[in-house]
Design a protein around this ligand. Structure first.
Ligand code: ZN
Length: 333
């Protein structure tokens, strides 16, 4: 068991976690991010993008509603901008990529709990059976008949396939996300050649515009996750501006509402830069989300870099992380 898992169990059994939950929360916004809600073990692709089962997601929302306000859209925008003063912790629930299960699983659970969420879409994926790079990497590395793969781009690396394939998948993903990877297509071609297996045919994997409109009419918020889901920090300023502008105009044309929020693809340090933040600001985005964890305290609010926490798959760790971030603004271990 992980250190945090063990701590969560000790704090729960000793009653400390419950006592913490009963104390007042800090003024700020805790943003929880999901990619896919559903059964990770059944996936042929990247299993790490599954953050909760449908039941676990339902429990998360019930937990939030017990202790916090769940906000989205203008209500969230007003809190971020300071137009509405923050007096305690508010929760925002976001989803990246626009996978089909946003519509089939997460949306019904949100509605049943009377909660609103924000969904970040990639126009190039909408309504398609695209297998994006992280899913393709996961599939190729898991199914390769080879014992090792060697890649040259952006720097030479050899990854053993002799041991745990899930670890090998993570190693290739880390390599792909390097800030000096300026030619991801070349890297993917090397991987395809080295892996020696091919991708399966799949049904549609991403939500349609019609589904996005229905979700929006039911109170959900739609934002941009860029046009192609490239990593912005690896791109020129011109290309970044195109990604932000093009995605927004495509989404606005299809959902008929202004788009002012953006989630940086990958969202870790280096996946976007100060230049990215300036471009987003100049284009009129009002809320841009990263993905390296943390709490948005009212005194340190950064609208162009709103911190998001990954929803932990262990329900008790999830509860501990939520309680600690909302009471202390950080995770002490
Ligand atoms: Zn993404």
């Amino acid at each position: 068991m992980s250190k945090r898992g063990l701590a969560a169990r000790i704090l729960k059994n000793s009653g400390v976690l419950r006592a913490l939950e009963m104390t007042g929360s800090k003024p700020g916004i805790l943003v929880i991010n999901h990619h896919r809600v559903g059964d990770a073990s059944a996936s042929r692709f990247d299993r790490d993008v599954f953050s909760a089962s449908a039941d676990a997601f339902d429990m998360q929302l019930k937990y939030f509603k017990r202790y916090f306000n769940v906000v989205a859209g203008e209500e969230l925008e007003d809190l971020v901008s300071g137009r509405t003063p923050l007096r305690h912790t508010h929760i925002a629930v976001t989803f990246d990529d626009g996978y089909r299960n946003d519509y089939t699983t997460s949306f019904p659970v949100l509605k049943a709990n009377n909660c609103r969420g924000t969904f970040f879409l990639v126009p190039e994926y909408v309504g398609t059976a695209t297998i994006p790079w992280w899913d393709e990497i996961a599939y190729l590395v898991r199914n390769s008949p080879k014992q090792q793969i060697t890649l040259q781009t952006p720097v030479p690396v050899t990854i053993s396939l002799g041991g745990d394939r899930e670890q090998a998948i993570r190693a290739v993903l880390r390599h792909y996300k390097r800030p000096d990877n300026h030619d991801s297509e070349r890297l993917m071609n090397e991987l395809r050649e080295q892996a020696g297996c091919s991708l399966p045919a799949t049904d549609r994997r991403f939500i349609t515009w019609e589904e996005a409109r229905e979700m929006q009419e039911a109170g959900m918020q739609i934002g941009s996750h860029t046009q192609t889901h490239g990593i912005l920090g690896q791109m020129s300023a011109e290309k970044q501006e195109w990604e932000l502008r093009e995605s927004r105009s495509n989404i606005e044309a299809n959902i008929g509402r202004p788009v002012r929020s953006l989630a940086y693809p990958v969202g870790i340090h280096g996946a976007f830069t100060e230049t990215t933040e300036k471009i987003a600001d100049s284009l009129g985005y009002t809320m841009c989300f990263s993905f390296y964890g943390g709490f948005n305290a009212s005194v340190h609010m950064q609208p162009m870099n709103l911190l998001r926490m990954a929803a932990n798959r262990d329900p008790l760790i999830f509860r501990l992380e939520t309680a600690l971030l909302s009471r202390f603004g950080r995770l002490p271990f």
